[in-house]
Write a protein that binds this ligand. Structure first.
Ligand SMILES: C[S@@+](CC[C@H](N)C(=O)[O-])C[C@H]1O[C@@H](n2cnc3c(N)ncnc32)[C@H](O)[C@@H]1O
Length: 219
């Protein structure tokens, strides 16, 4: 693995990836973030999935592993452990390519205007910087979509979202060690960043998680 300057990616080792589904998708989503994985997030993933799909910030590959019909999948992550885990979990025969890449950097030209759908699930709250810095990641992801494509995802909002006690504890620790950088993230900034790139934007909040989708990319 290359030197990872981003702590939001460094945290994903073979060990933490083994615990990820239990801790994040099981316990934290239900009790800290109040946004159940299966009922809300998996349904959101399924609803917007297109034929040719790019998943950015892949973790363990949980969502695509649940959607057997998805083929033509490209995985992108800064961390090769995540790419390896997701590829194995989803099934290598369903994966077109794995791209080790920082979402903050412009994507390789071969990925531009290529995909029917691009997903950013639980990536934005891991990215360092202020909400306006994260807009760069959204802009790069938008460039990978074809003209009819949809960008969609979910992200844990910051301090103003109304976290419960469990959530506040996790927010404090994760932001201190750099796994999260989301204290100032809010739904308005997210909507603005999406509207800068797309004509049609939808942002909803479940618990302290914003789910979003955006289509009709601006040219
Ligand atoms: C919290 S996990 C999300 C996993 C999965 N999408 C989910 O929702 O369960 C965040 C993932 O984003 C990756 N990541 C973090 N920073 C990144 C960056 N700058 N560019 C690309 N991937 C990044 C991490 O390596 C990790 O695999």
């Amino acid at each position: 693995m290359k030197n990872l300057s981003n702590k939001g990616a460094q945290a994903y080792t073979p060990l933490t990836l083994k615990l990820y589904d239990w801790w994040v998708l099981g316990i934290s989503n239900r009790y800290a973030w109040r946004c159940p994985t299966e009922d809300v997030l998996l349904n959101h993933f399924k609803k917007h999935l297109g034929r040719k799909h790019l998943d950015i910030g892949v973790g363990t590959g949980f969502y695509l592993s649940q959607l057997d019909h998805a083929r033509d999948i490209t995985l992108m992550d800064l961390n090769t452990h995540s790419l390896d885990a997701a590829r194995t979990r989803i099934g290598p025969q369903r994966i077109d390519s794995c791209v080790e890449h920082d979402v903050f950097n412009e994507f390789p030209q071969a990925l531009h205007n290529s995909f029917d759908s691009v997903s950013l699930f639980y990536l934005l709250h891991c990215l360092p910087g202020l909400p306006e810095d994260k807009a760069r990641a959204i802009k790069n992801a938008a460039a990978a979509l074809n003209a009819n494509g949809t960008l969609y995802g979910a992200t844990i909002l910051g301090d103003s979202a109304g976290h419960n006690g469990f959530g506040r504890k996790l927010m404090k620790v994760y932001n201190k060690i750099g796994i999260f950088s989301n204290r100032q993230d809010n739904a308005l900034h997210l909507k603005q960043a999406l509207e800068d790139c797309f004509e049609e934007v939808s942002v909803s909040t479940v618990g302290v998680v914003a789910t979003f989708s955006a289509s009709k990319k601006r040219v």
